[in-house]
Design a protein around this ligand. Structure first.
Ligand code: ATP
Ligand code: MG
Length: 581
Protein backbone atom coordinates (compact mmCIF):
# COMPACT_ATOMS: atom_id res chain seq x y z
CA UNK A 1 0.00 0.00 0.00
CA UNK A 2 1.61 3.21 -1.04
CA UNK A 3 1.55 6.03 1.43
CA UNK A 4 0.67 9.09 -0.52
CA UNK A 5 -0.98 11.09 2.19
CA UNK A 6 1.45 13.38 3.92
CA UNK A 7 1.75 13.40 7.66
CA UNK A 8 -0.13 16.04 9.54
CA UNK A 9 1.38 19.53 9.24
CA UNK A 10 4.28 19.91 11.63
CA UNK A 11 2.44 22.58 13.59
CA UNK A 12 -0.60 20.36 14.07
CA UNK A 13 -0.97 17.62 16.66
CA UNK A 14 -1.51 14.05 15.54
CA UNK A 15 -4.91 13.59 13.98
CA UNK A 16 -7.23 12.27 16.61
CA UNK A 17 -10.77 13.02 15.61
CA UNK A 18 -13.67 10.85 16.72
CA UNK A 19 -13.57 8.68 13.61
CA UNK A 20 -9.88 7.98 13.96
CA UNK A 21 -10.50 7.20 17.63
CA UNK A 22 -13.11 4.61 16.62
CA UNK A 23 -10.85 3.05 14.01
CA UNK A 24 -7.91 3.02 16.40
CA UNK A 25 -10.01 1.20 18.96
CA UNK A 26 -11.25 -1.30 16.37
CA UNK A 27 -7.66 -1.98 15.37
CA UNK A 28 -6.59 -2.35 19.01
CA UNK A 29 -9.41 -4.82 19.63
CA UNK A 30 -8.49 -6.77 16.51
CA UNK A 31 -12.04 -6.47 15.18
CA UNK A 32 -10.96 -6.48 11.55
CA UNK A 33 -8.18 -8.07 9.55
CA UNK A 34 -7.81 -4.88 7.61
CA UNK A 35 -9.39 -1.44 7.60
CA UNK A 36 -11.32 -0.79 4.40
CA UNK A 37 -12.94 2.52 3.51
CA UNK A 38 -14.37 3.87 0.28
CA UNK A 39 -14.99 7.15 -1.44
CA UNK A 40 -18.37 6.83 -3.17
CA UNK A 41 -19.08 9.70 -5.56
CA UNK A 42 -22.13 9.71 -7.74
CA UNK A 43 -20.83 10.45 -11.27
CA UNK A 44 -23.33 13.24 -11.89
CA UNK A 45 -20.99 16.20 -11.71
CA UNK A 46 -17.44 17.26 -10.92
CA UNK A 47 -15.86 16.90 -7.51
CA UNK A 48 -15.74 20.04 -5.38
CA UNK A 49 -14.03 21.26 -2.24
CA UNK A 50 -16.52 19.39 -0.02
CA UNK A 51 -15.58 16.13 -1.69
CA UNK A 52 -11.93 16.88 -1.07
CA UNK A 53 -12.60 16.62 2.64
CA UNK A 54 -14.32 13.26 2.19
CA UNK A 55 -11.44 12.05 0.00
CA UNK A 56 -8.80 13.16 2.49
CA UNK A 57 -10.68 11.42 5.29
CA UNK A 58 -11.41 8.13 3.54
CA UNK A 59 -8.04 7.73 1.82
CA UNK A 60 -6.30 9.21 4.85
CA UNK A 61 -7.79 6.57 7.16
CA UNK A 62 -6.68 3.78 4.83
CA UNK A 63 -3.16 5.19 4.62
CA UNK A 64 -2.78 5.79 8.33
CA UNK A 65 -4.10 2.39 9.36
CA UNK A 66 -2.41 0.38 6.62
CA UNK A 67 -5.74 -0.38 5.07
CA UNK A 68 -7.39 0.07 1.72
CA UNK A 69 -9.66 2.67 0.23
CA UNK A 70 -11.85 1.91 -2.74
CA UNK A 71 -13.04 4.38 -5.30
CA UNK A 72 -16.63 3.44 -5.96
CA UNK A 73 -18.94 5.13 -8.38
CA UNK A 74 -22.37 5.12 -6.87
CA UNK A 75 -24.07 4.91 -10.20
CA UNK A 76 -27.56 3.78 -9.35
CA UNK A 77 -29.28 6.66 -11.12
CA UNK A 78 -28.75 6.44 -14.89
CA UNK A 79 -30.61 9.70 -15.45
CA UNK A 80 -27.93 12.09 -14.34
CA UNK A 81 -24.75 10.12 -14.78
CA UNK A 82 -22.19 10.33 -17.51
CA UNK A 83 -18.83 8.86 -18.47
CA UNK A 84 -17.31 12.36 -18.59
CA UNK A 85 -17.89 12.66 -14.85
CA UNK A 86 -16.40 9.23 -14.16
CA UNK A 87 -13.22 10.15 -16.01
CA UNK A 88 -12.82 13.48 -14.29
CA UNK A 89 -13.44 12.10 -10.83
CA UNK A 90 -10.64 9.58 -11.32
CA UNK A 91 -8.31 12.31 -12.52
CA UNK A 92 -9.19 14.52 -9.56
CA UNK A 93 -8.59 11.85 -6.90
CA UNK A 94 -5.20 11.02 -8.42
CA UNK A 95 -4.26 14.66 -8.66
CA UNK A 96 -5.05 15.07 -4.97
CA UNK A 97 -2.37 12.44 -4.40
CA UNK A 98 -4.39 9.39 -3.48
CA UNK A 99 -4.47 5.83 -4.81
CA UNK A 100 -7.51 3.62 -4.69
CA UNK A 101 -7.20 -0.11 -4.08
CA UNK A 102 -7.39 -2.15 -7.28
CA UNK A 103 -9.63 -1.00 -10.09
CA UNK A 104 -12.36 1.59 -9.62
CA UNK A 105 -15.61 -0.06 -8.56
CA UNK A 106 -19.12 0.58 -9.74
CA UNK A 107 -22.28 -0.02 -7.77
CA UNK A 108 -23.74 -0.96 -11.16
CA UNK A 109 -21.43 -3.96 -11.40
CA UNK A 110 -23.27 -5.36 -8.35
CA UNK A 111 -26.72 -5.03 -9.92
CA UNK A 112 -27.13 -8.79 -10.42
CA UNK A 113 -26.19 -9.52 -6.80
CA UNK A 114 -28.36 -6.70 -5.49
CA UNK A 115 -31.25 -8.12 -7.47
CA UNK A 116 -30.76 -11.59 -5.99
CA UNK A 117 -30.68 -10.15 -2.50
CA UNK A 118 -33.90 -8.30 -3.24
CA UNK A 119 -35.44 -11.66 -4.14
CA UNK A 120 -34.09 -13.01 -0.86
CA UNK A 121 -35.80 -10.20 1.04
CA UNK A 122 -39.09 -10.99 -0.70
CA UNK A 123 -38.70 -14.66 0.16
CA UNK A 124 -38.02 -13.75 3.77
CA UNK A 125 -41.19 -11.68 3.83
CA UNK A 126 -39.11 -8.52 4.24
CA UNK A 127 -40.05 -6.83 0.97
CA UNK A 128 -43.08 -6.41 -1.23
CA UNK A 129 -44.04 -4.90 -4.56
CA UNK A 130 -46.23 -1.86 -4.20
CA UNK A 131 -48.53 -0.94 -7.07
CA UNK A 132 -49.92 2.23 -5.54
CA UNK A 133 -49.36 5.38 -7.56
CA UNK A 134 -46.34 7.50 -6.57
CA UNK A 135 -48.80 10.06 -5.22
CA UNK A 136 -50.59 7.46 -3.06
CA UNK A 137 -47.27 6.24 -1.76
CA UNK A 138 -46.25 9.75 -0.86
CA UNK A 139 -49.49 10.58 0.93
CA UNK A 140 -49.68 7.24 2.74
CA UNK A 141 -46.19 7.65 4.09
CA UNK A 142 -47.62 10.09 6.59
CA UNK A 143 -45.54 12.87 7.96
CA UNK A 144 -43.44 13.75 10.92
CA UNK A 145 -45.67 13.19 13.95
CA UNK A 146 -48.27 11.35 11.91
CA UNK A 147 -48.00 7.62 11.25
CA UNK A 148 -48.21 6.31 7.70
CA UNK A 149 -50.85 3.97 6.34
CA UNK A 150 -50.05 0.43 5.25
CA UNK A 151 -50.21 -0.15 1.55
CA UNK A 152 -52.96 -2.58 0.44
CA UNK A 153 -50.14 -4.52 -1.29
CA UNK A 154 -48.23 -4.98 1.94
CA UNK A 155 -49.93 -8.25 2.76
CA UNK A 156 -49.52 -9.90 -0.63
CA UNK A 157 -48.05 -13.40 -0.55
CA UNK A 158 -44.40 -14.14 -1.21
CA UNK A 159 -45.33 -15.79 -4.49
CA UNK A 160 -47.38 -12.82 -5.63
CA UNK A 161 -44.49 -10.52 -4.80
CA UNK A 162 -41.95 -12.69 -6.56
CA UNK A 163 -44.14 -12.74 -9.66
CA UNK A 164 -44.62 -8.97 -9.60
CA UNK A 165 -40.91 -8.31 -9.05
CA UNK A 166 -40.23 -10.58 -12.01
CA UNK A 167 -42.63 -8.51 -14.07
CA UNK A 168 -40.88 -5.34 -12.95
CA UNK A 169 -37.58 -6.76 -14.11
CA UNK A 170 -39.12 -8.01 -17.37
CA UNK A 171 -40.25 -4.51 -18.28
CA UNK A 172 -43.97 -5.12 -17.86
CA UNK A 173 -44.46 -1.96 -15.82
CA UNK A 174 -44.12 1.62 -16.96
CA UNK A 175 -41.87 4.02 -15.08
CA UNK A 176 -43.35 4.67 -11.66
CA UNK A 177 -46.05 1.98 -11.93
CA UNK A 178 -44.41 -0.37 -9.41
CA UNK A 179 -41.75 -0.26 -6.71
CA UNK A 180 -40.20 -2.82 -4.44
CA UNK A 181 -40.38 -1.72 -0.80
CA UNK A 182 -38.84 -2.97 2.40
CA UNK A 183 -41.44 -4.14 4.92
CA UNK A 184 -40.42 -2.42 8.12
CA UNK A 185 -42.80 -0.12 9.96
CA UNK A 186 -45.18 2.48 8.52
CA UNK A 187 -45.54 4.02 11.96
CA UNK A 188 -41.83 4.43 12.68
CA UNK A 189 -40.88 7.87 13.99
CA UNK A 190 -37.97 7.62 11.57
CA UNK A 191 -39.44 8.32 8.13
CA UNK A 192 -36.60 6.37 6.54
CA UNK A 193 -37.99 3.19 8.07
CA UNK A 194 -41.52 3.61 6.70
CA UNK A 195 -41.15 0.87 4.12
CA UNK A 196 -38.45 2.61 2.05
CA UNK A 197 -38.27 1.92 -1.66
CA UNK A 198 -35.60 -0.59 -2.68
CA UNK A 199 -36.18 -0.72 -6.44
CA UNK A 200 -37.94 1.42 -9.00
CA UNK A 201 -38.81 0.94 -12.64
CA UNK A 202 -36.87 3.14 -15.01
CA UNK A 203 -36.69 2.40 -18.70
CA UNK A 204 -33.40 4.04 -19.34
CA UNK A 205 -29.97 3.03 -20.60
CA UNK A 206 -27.14 3.05 -18.11
CA UNK A 207 -23.61 4.22 -18.94
CA UNK A 208 -22.14 0.98 -17.56
CA UNK A 209 -24.84 -1.66 -18.00
CA UNK A 210 -26.50 -0.47 -21.20
CA UNK A 211 -30.09 -1.72 -21.55
CA UNK A 212 -29.66 -4.81 -19.31
CA UNK A 213 -31.87 -3.34 -16.62
CA UNK A 214 -35.12 -1.46 -16.45
CA UNK A 215 -35.27 -1.61 -12.65
CA UNK A 216 -32.68 0.24 -10.61
CA UNK A 217 -31.86 -0.07 -6.90
CA UNK A 218 -32.22 2.98 -4.70
CA UNK A 219 -29.10 4.52 -3.22
CA UNK A 220 -30.03 3.63 0.37
CA UNK A 221 -30.38 -0.03 -0.57
CA UNK A 222 -27.39 -0.26 -2.90
CA UNK A 223 -24.98 1.58 -0.64
CA UNK A 224 -24.80 -0.70 2.42
CA UNK A 225 -24.72 -3.78 0.21
CA UNK A 226 -21.97 -2.38 -2.00
CA UNK A 227 -20.03 -1.66 1.17
CA UNK A 228 -20.60 -5.23 2.36
CA UNK A 229 -19.58 -6.75 -0.99
CA UNK A 230 -16.32 -4.83 -0.88
CA UNK A 231 -15.59 -5.73 2.72
CA UNK A 232 -15.75 -2.09 3.77
CA UNK A 233 -15.31 -1.84 7.52
CA UNK A 234 -15.94 1.86 8.10
CA UNK A 235 -18.44 3.53 5.81
CA UNK A 236 -17.88 7.20 6.42
CA UNK A 237 -20.40 9.75 5.18
CA UNK A 238 -21.83 13.14 6.00
CA UNK A 239 -24.27 13.93 8.79
CA UNK A 240 -27.39 14.10 6.64
CA UNK A 241 -27.21 10.31 6.48
CA UNK A 242 -27.44 9.87 10.23
CA UNK A 243 -31.19 9.18 10.01
CA UNK A 244 -30.54 6.67 7.28
CA UNK A 245 -28.24 4.57 9.45
CA UNK A 246 -31.04 2.43 10.97
CA UNK A 247 -32.02 1.40 7.46
CA UNK A 248 -28.38 0.79 6.55
CA UNK A 249 -28.17 -1.55 9.55
CA UNK A 250 -31.51 -3.16 8.69
CA UNK A 251 -30.32 -4.05 5.18
CA UNK A 252 -27.02 -5.63 6.16
CA UNK A 253 -28.73 -7.44 9.04
CA UNK A 254 -31.53 -8.91 6.89
CA UNK A 255 -29.12 -10.12 4.25
CA UNK A 256 -27.09 -11.63 7.06
CA UNK A 257 -23.44 -10.63 6.89
CA UNK A 258 -21.14 -12.03 9.53
CA UNK A 259 -19.04 -8.88 9.64
CA UNK A 260 -21.28 -6.08 8.38
CA UNK A 261 -19.88 -2.64 7.58
CA UNK A 262 -20.72 0.23 9.91
CA UNK A 263 -21.68 3.72 8.95
CA UNK A 264 -20.19 6.77 10.69
CA UNK A 265 -21.19 10.33 10.00
CA UNK A 266 -19.17 13.53 10.15
CA UNK A 267 -20.05 17.17 9.52
CA UNK A 268 -19.80 18.25 5.92
CA UNK A 269 -17.33 20.92 4.96
CA UNK A 270 -18.73 24.41 4.53
CA UNK A 271 -16.38 27.20 3.55
CA UNK A 272 -17.41 30.83 3.54
CA UNK A 273 -18.24 32.16 0.04
CA UNK A 274 -17.83 28.71 -1.46
CA UNK A 275 -20.72 27.04 -3.21
CA UNK A 276 -20.66 23.28 -2.69
CA UNK A 277 -23.89 22.18 -4.27
CA UNK A 278 -23.32 19.99 -7.30
CA UNK A 279 -26.69 21.03 -8.67
CA UNK A 280 -25.90 24.73 -8.54
CA UNK A 281 -22.38 24.29 -9.84
CA UNK A 282 -23.85 22.40 -12.75
CA UNK A 283 -26.24 25.26 -13.40
CA UNK A 284 -23.38 27.76 -13.47
CA UNK A 285 -21.78 25.68 -16.21
CA UNK A 286 -24.95 24.97 -18.16
CA UNK A 287 -26.02 28.62 -18.16
CA UNK A 288 -22.59 29.78 -19.25
CA UNK A 289 -22.12 31.87 -16.11
CA UNK A 290 -18.59 30.49 -15.87
CA UNK A 291 -16.32 29.29 -18.65
CA UNK A 292 -16.72 25.61 -17.69
CA UNK A 293 -16.26 23.11 -14.88
CA UNK A 294 -12.62 24.16 -14.73
CA UNK A 295 -13.20 27.90 -14.62
CA UNK A 296 -10.56 28.99 -12.09
CA UNK A 297 -13.29 30.58 -9.97
CA UNK A 298 -15.10 27.30 -9.57
CA UNK A 299 -14.63 25.40 -6.27
CA UNK A 300 -14.42 22.19 -8.29
CA UNK A 301 -11.19 20.25 -8.09
CA UNK A 302 -10.80 20.92 -11.82
CA UNK A 303 -11.29 24.65 -11.24
CA UNK A 304 -8.94 24.78 -8.28
CA UNK A 305 -6.31 22.87 -10.26
CA UNK A 306 -6.49 25.35 -13.11
CA UNK A 307 -6.49 28.20 -10.63
CA UNK A 308 -3.10 26.90 -9.56
CA UNK A 309 -4.02 25.50 -6.16
CA UNK A 310 -1.68 22.76 -5.01
CA UNK A 311 -2.86 19.34 -3.85
CA UNK A 312 -0.50 19.68 -0.88
CA UNK A 313 -2.22 22.89 0.14
CA UNK A 314 -5.67 21.31 -0.16
CA UNK A 315 -4.66 18.33 1.97
CA UNK A 316 -3.10 20.65 4.51
CA UNK A 317 -6.33 22.63 4.60
CA UNK A 318 -8.38 19.49 5.29
CA UNK A 319 -5.97 18.50 8.06
CA UNK A 320 -6.40 21.90 9.67
CA UNK A 321 -10.17 21.81 9.39
CA UNK A 322 -10.24 18.39 11.03
CA UNK A 323 -13.18 16.03 11.36
CA UNK A 324 -16.06 16.46 13.77
CA UNK A 325 -19.79 16.11 14.19
CA UNK A 326 -20.30 19.82 14.70
CA UNK A 327 -21.54 21.77 11.70
CA UNK A 328 -19.77 25.02 11.08
CA UNK A 329 -18.38 27.32 8.45
CA UNK A 330 -14.66 27.45 7.82
CA UNK A 331 -13.23 30.83 6.84
CA UNK A 332 -12.03 30.98 3.26
CA UNK A 333 -8.87 32.62 4.62
CA UNK A 334 -7.75 29.26 5.97
CA UNK A 335 -7.84 27.76 2.50
CA UNK A 336 -5.68 30.60 1.22
CA UNK A 337 -3.34 30.26 4.19
CA UNK A 338 -2.74 26.60 3.33
CA UNK A 339 -2.11 27.49 -0.28
CA UNK A 340 0.44 30.16 0.61
CA UNK A 341 2.17 27.74 2.92
CA UNK A 342 2.55 25.14 0.22
CA UNK A 343 3.69 27.67 -2.37
CA UNK A 344 6.20 29.58 -0.26
CA UNK A 345 8.96 26.98 -0.61
CA UNK A 346 8.19 25.78 -4.09
CA UNK A 347 7.27 28.73 -6.27
CA UNK A 348 10.07 30.51 -8.11
CA UNK A 349 10.16 34.28 -7.75
CA UNK A 350 9.79 36.66 -10.63
CA UNK A 351 8.73 40.25 -11.17
CA UNK A 352 5.57 41.29 -12.95
CA UNK A 353 4.11 44.77 -13.08
CA UNK A 354 0.36 44.58 -13.26
CA UNK A 355 -0.36 48.30 -13.74
CA UNK A 356 2.72 49.71 -15.51
CA UNK A 357 4.00 53.25 -15.04
CA UNK A 358 7.01 54.22 -17.14
CA UNK A 359 10.23 55.31 -15.43
CA UNK A 360 13.11 56.76 -17.45
CA UNK A 361 16.52 56.50 -15.86
CA UNK A 362 18.33 59.59 -17.06
CA UNK A 363 21.79 58.57 -15.88
CA UNK A 364 21.52 55.02 -17.16
CA UNK A 365 24.61 55.02 -19.43
CA UNK A 366 26.93 56.50 -16.87
CA UNK A 367 25.58 54.37 -14.04
CA UNK A 368 25.87 51.02 -15.73
CA UNK A 369 29.28 51.92 -17.08
CA UNK A 370 30.34 52.62 -13.50
CA UNK A 371 29.01 49.26 -12.36
CA UNK A 372 31.09 47.43 -14.88
CA UNK A 373 34.23 48.95 -13.43
CA UNK A 374 33.49 47.67 -9.92
CA UNK A 375 36.14 45.18 -8.80
CA UNK A 376 33.92 42.98 -6.67
CA UNK A 377 30.32 43.41 -7.65
CA UNK A 378 27.87 41.86 -5.20
CA UNK A 379 25.49 41.10 -8.03
CA UNK A 380 26.62 39.33 -11.15
CA UNK A 381 26.04 41.74 -14.00
CA UNK A 382 26.77 41.69 -17.70
CA UNK A 383 26.37 44.61 -20.11
CA UNK A 384 25.09 43.78 -23.59
CA UNK A 385 24.39 46.73 -25.90
CA UNK A 386 21.96 48.79 -23.85
CA UNK A 387 20.95 46.09 -21.43
CA UNK A 388 22.45 45.34 -18.06
CA UNK A 389 21.69 41.70 -17.33
CA UNK A 390 21.48 41.00 -13.61
CA UNK A 391 21.76 37.45 -12.37
CA UNK A 392 19.54 36.84 -9.38
CA UNK A 393 18.26 33.78 -7.52
CA UNK A 394 14.79 32.46 -8.20
CA UNK A 395 14.26 31.84 -4.52
CA UNK A 396 15.56 33.70 -1.44
CA UNK A 397 16.32 30.43 0.34
CA UNK A 398 19.73 29.26 -0.91
CA UNK A 399 18.93 25.58 -0.47
CA UNK A 400 15.75 25.85 -2.48
CA UNK A 401 17.48 28.02 -5.02
CA UNK A 402 20.11 25.38 -5.56
CA UNK A 403 17.29 23.40 -7.14
CA UNK A 404 15.47 26.23 -8.88
CA UNK A 405 18.56 28.04 -10.16
CA UNK A 406 19.11 31.68 -11.09
CA UNK A 407 17.48 33.90 -13.65
CA UNK A 408 18.75 36.82 -15.71
CA UNK A 409 16.84 40.06 -15.33
CA UNK A 410 17.30 42.80 -17.95
CA UNK A 411 17.76 46.29 -16.54
CA UNK A 412 17.30 49.04 -19.12
CA UNK A 413 17.02 52.80 -19.53
CA UNK A 414 13.29 52.56 -19.35
CA UNK A 415 11.56 50.41 -16.82
CA UNK A 416 8.04 50.19 -15.46
CA UNK A 417 6.89 50.13 -11.85
CA UNK A 418 3.38 49.67 -10.53
CA UNK A 419 1.16 52.76 -10.58
CA UNK A 420 0.27 52.16 -6.97
CA UNK A 421 3.93 52.61 -5.98
CA UNK A 422 3.97 56.35 -6.77
CA UNK A 423 1.46 58.71 -5.24
CA UNK A 424 1.48 62.48 -5.76
CA UNK A 425 -0.58 62.95 -2.60
CA UNK A 426 0.08 59.84 -0.56
CA UNK A 427 -2.24 58.68 2.20
CA UNK A 428 -0.88 58.64 5.73
CA UNK A 429 1.60 55.89 6.46
CA UNK A 430 2.41 55.40 2.77
CA UNK A 431 5.90 53.93 2.48
CA UNK A 432 6.38 53.94 -1.25
CA UNK A 433 7.33 56.69 -3.68
CA UNK A 434 5.97 60.22 -3.59
CA UNK A 435 7.31 63.75 -4.02
CA UNK A 436 8.14 63.58 -0.29
CA UNK A 437 9.81 60.21 -0.42
CA UNK A 438 11.84 60.05 -3.57
CA UNK A 439 14.08 57.11 -2.85
CA UNK A 440 13.36 53.45 -2.84
CA UNK A 441 15.10 50.21 -3.62
CA UNK A 442 14.27 48.52 -6.86
CA UNK A 443 14.04 44.86 -5.98
CA UNK A 444 17.04 42.87 -7.23
CA UNK A 445 18.88 45.99 -8.36
CA UNK A 446 19.53 49.64 -7.51
CA UNK A 447 18.26 52.33 -5.28
CA UNK A 448 16.39 54.76 -7.42
CA UNK A 449 15.81 58.48 -6.92
CA UNK A 450 12.77 60.10 -8.51
CA UNK A 451 13.66 63.57 -9.79
CA UNK A 452 10.44 64.53 -11.48
CA UNK A 453 7.05 63.25 -12.53
CA UNK A 454 5.25 64.08 -15.77
CA UNK A 455 1.52 64.24 -16.10
CA UNK A 456 -0.93 64.17 -18.99
CA UNK A 457 -3.50 66.89 -19.62
CA UNK A 458 -5.84 65.31 -17.08
CA UNK A 459 -3.18 65.46 -14.40
CA UNK A 460 -2.44 61.72 -14.30
CA UNK A 461 1.15 60.77 -13.73
CA UNK A 462 2.38 59.15 -16.93
CA UNK A 463 6.13 59.03 -16.48
CA UNK A 464 8.78 59.38 -13.84
CA UNK A 465 12.28 60.68 -14.47
CA UNK A 466 14.81 59.13 -12.16
CA UNK A 467 18.44 58.52 -11.44
CA UNK A 468 20.07 55.49 -9.93
CA UNK A 469 22.97 55.30 -7.58
CA UNK A 470 25.60 53.02 -9.18
CA UNK A 471 27.07 52.03 -5.84
CA UNK A 472 23.79 50.54 -4.60
CA UNK A 473 23.58 47.50 -6.85
CA UNK A 474 23.23 44.83 -4.19
CA UNK A 475 24.68 47.21 -1.58
CA UNK A 476 23.10 49.56 0.86
CA UNK A 477 24.12 53.18 0.54
CA UNK A 478 26.22 54.67 3.30
CA UNK A 479 24.71 57.21 5.60
CA UNK A 480 21.11 57.04 4.52
CA UNK A 481 18.16 54.80 5.07
CA UNK A 482 15.90 53.66 2.30
CA UNK A 483 12.56 52.48 3.51
CA UNK A 484 10.82 50.42 0.89
CA UNK A 485 11.46 47.95 -1.88
CA UNK A 486 9.39 47.87 -5.05
CA UNK A 487 9.33 45.58 -8.04
CA UNK A 488 9.87 46.64 -11.64
CA UNK A 489 10.28 45.27 -15.14
CA UNK A 490 12.27 46.46 -18.13
CA UNK A 491 9.98 48.46 -20.42
CA UNK A 492 11.84 47.36 -23.54
CA UNK A 493 12.67 43.77 -22.58
CA UNK A 494 9.69 42.91 -20.43
CA UNK A 495 7.07 40.71 -22.03
CA UNK A 496 3.41 41.71 -22.24
CA UNK A 497 1.22 39.20 -20.45
CA UNK A 498 -2.45 38.74 -19.72
CA UNK A 499 -2.98 38.42 -15.99
CA UNK A 500 -6.29 37.21 -14.60
CA UNK A 501 -7.07 38.41 -11.12
CA UNK A 502 -9.64 36.30 -9.36
CA UNK A 503 -11.86 37.05 -6.44
CA UNK A 504 -14.79 35.24 -4.84
CA UNK A 505 -17.43 34.12 -7.29
CA UNK A 506 -20.03 35.18 -4.74
CA UNK A 507 -19.65 38.00 -2.25
CA UNK A 508 -22.30 36.40 -0.02
CA UNK A 509 -20.83 34.60 2.92
CA UNK A 510 -23.20 31.67 2.44
CA UNK A 511 -23.89 31.12 -1.26
CA UNK A 512 -25.97 28.05 -0.35
CA UNK A 513 -28.71 30.57 0.35
CA UNK A 514 -28.77 31.78 -3.24
CA UNK A 515 -31.72 30.43 -5.16
CA UNK A 516 -30.63 28.33 -8.11
CA UNK A 517 -32.52 30.64 -10.46
CA UNK A 518 -30.79 33.75 -9.11
CA UNK A 519 -27.19 32.65 -9.58
CA UNK A 520 -26.63 34.99 -12.52
CA UNK A 521 -27.62 38.13 -10.59
CA UNK A 522 -25.52 37.15 -7.59
CA UNK A 523 -22.20 36.53 -9.32
CA UNK A 524 -19.53 38.96 -8.17
CA UNK A 525 -18.79 41.18 -11.21
CA UNK A 526 -15.29 41.64 -9.80
CA UNK A 527 -14.66 37.91 -9.60
CA UNK A 528 -12.51 38.15 -12.71
CA UNK A 529 -10.48 41.19 -13.71
CA UNK A 530 -8.04 40.97 -16.56
CA UNK A 531 -5.01 43.27 -16.69
CA UNK A 532 -2.30 43.65 -19.30
CA UNK A 533 0.91 43.33 -17.37
CA UNK A 534 4.56 43.52 -18.23
CA UNK A 535 6.56 40.59 -16.89
CA UNK A 536 10.21 39.68 -16.72
CA UNK A 537 11.35 37.42 -19.57
CA UNK A 538 11.85 34.35 -17.36
CA UNK A 539 8.06 34.23 -17.03
CA UNK A 540 7.32 34.12 -20.73
CA UNK A 541 9.23 30.86 -20.94
CA UNK A 542 7.15 29.37 -18.16
CA UNK A 543 5.61 26.03 -18.92
CA UNK A 544 1.82 25.87 -18.64
CA UNK A 545 0.83 24.95 -15.11
CA UNK A 546 4.06 26.28 -13.54
CA UNK A 547 3.53 28.29 -10.37
CA UNK A 548 5.37 31.50 -9.51
CA UNK A 549 5.51 34.13 -6.89
CA UNK A 550 5.21 37.54 -8.51
CA UNK A 551 7.19 39.48 -5.97
CA UNK A 552 5.02 41.71 -3.80
CA UNK A 553 1.87 40.62 -5.66
CA UNK A 554 1.05 37.02 -4.95
CA UNK A 555 1.24 33.53 -6.34
CA UNK A 556 0.37 32.97 -9.96
CA UNK A 557 0.18 30.04 -12.34
CA UNK A 558 0.69 29.92 -16.08
CA UNK A 559 -2.79 29.02 -17.29
CA UNK A 560 -2.99 25.39 -18.35
CA UNK A 561 -5.28 26.11 -21.29
CA UNK A 562 -4.35 29.51 -22.65
CA UNK A 563 -0.72 30.21 -21.75
CA UNK A 564 1.83 30.17 -24.56
CA UNK A 565 5.29 31.78 -24.70
CA UNK A 566 4.08 34.14 -27.44
CA UNK A 567 0.96 34.98 -25.41
CA UNK A 568 1.66 34.52 -21.70
CA UNK A 569 -1.42 34.13 -19.50
CA UNK A 570 -1.27 33.92 -15.73
CA UNK A 571 -3.94 33.25 -13.12
CA UNK A 572 -3.67 34.65 -9.65
CA UNK A 573 -3.74 31.74 -7.23
CA UNK A 574 -3.73 33.83 -4.08
CA UNK A 575 -2.41 37.21 -3.08
CA UNK A 576 0.55 37.42 -0.74
CA UNK A 577 -1.30 38.84 2.20
CA UNK A 578 -4.68 38.04 3.54
CA UNK A 579 -6.62 40.77 1.79
CA UNK A 580 -9.83 39.15 2.79
CA UNK A 581 -11.97 40.82 5.41
P1 ATP B 1 -25.59 14.69 -4.27
O1 ATP B 1 -25.64 13.33 -3.63
O2 ATP B 1 -26.60 15.65 -3.75
O3 ATP B 1 -25.46 14.68 -5.74
P2 ATP B 1 -23.10 14.90 -2.88
O4 ATP B 1 -22.34 16.15 -2.66
O5 ATP B 1 -23.56 14.09 -1.73
O6 ATP B 1 -24.26 15.36 -3.79
P3 ATP B 1 -21.76 12.53 -3.81
O7 ATP B 1 -21.12 12.28 -5.12
O8 ATP B 1 -22.84 11.63 -3.37
O9 ATP B 1 -22.29 14.01 -3.87
O10 ATP B 1 -20.64 12.64 -2.70
C1 ATP B 1 -19.61 11.70 -2.52
C2 ATP B 1 -19.14 11.73 -1.11
O11 ATP B 1 -18.66 13.02 -0.76
C3 ATP B 1 -20.26 11.40 -0.14
O12 ATP B 1 -19.78 10.48 0.80
C4 ATP B 1 -20.59 12.72 0.46
O13 ATP B 1 -21.07 12.56 1.78
C5 ATP B 1 -19.26 13.45 0.44
N1 ATP B 1 -19.46 14.89 0.44
C6 ATP B 1 -20.20 15.62 -0.41
N2 ATP B 1 -20.20 16.92 -0.08
C7 ATP B 1 -19.42 17.03 1.02
C8 ATP B 1 -19.01 18.12 1.87
N3 ATP B 1 -19.41 19.38 1.64
N4 ATP B 1 -18.18 17.85 2.90
C9 ATP B 1 -17.76 16.60 3.13
N5 ATP B 1 -18.10 15.53 2.39
C10 ATP B 1 -18.93 15.73 1.35
MG1 MG C 1 -24.65 12.02 -2.25
Amino acid sequence: MSKSSPNAPADLPEKNDFIRAIVREDVAQGRYDEIVTRFPPEPNGYLHLGHVKSICLNFGLANEFDGLCNLRFDDTNPEAEEQEFVDNIKQDVEWLGFHWAGAPRYASSYFEQLYRWAVQLIEQGDAYVDLQTPEQIRVNRGSFGQAGIDSPYRTASVDENLARFDDMKAGKFANGAAVLRAKIDMASPNMNLRDPVLYRVLHREHHQTGDTWCIYPMYDYAHPLSDAIEGVTHSVCTLEFEDHRPFYDWVVDKIGFAKPPHQYEFARLNVSHVLTSKRKLKRLVEDGLVSGWDDPRMPTVAGMRRRGYTPEGLRDFCDRVGVSKADGVVDFGLLEFSQRQSLEDTAARAMAVLHPLKVTITNFDQAVADVMTLKKPSVQARLESDVLWLTQPKHPNAEINAVLGDRDIPFTRQIVIDRADYEVTPPEGYKRLSPDNREIRLRNSYIIHIDEHRTDDAGNVVELLATIDPKTLGNNPEGRKVKGVIHWVSASHGVPAEVRLYDQLFTQEDPAKIDIDNLAQEINPESLRVVQALVEPSLANSTAGARWQFEREGYFVADSRDHAPEHPVFNRIVSLKDGFK
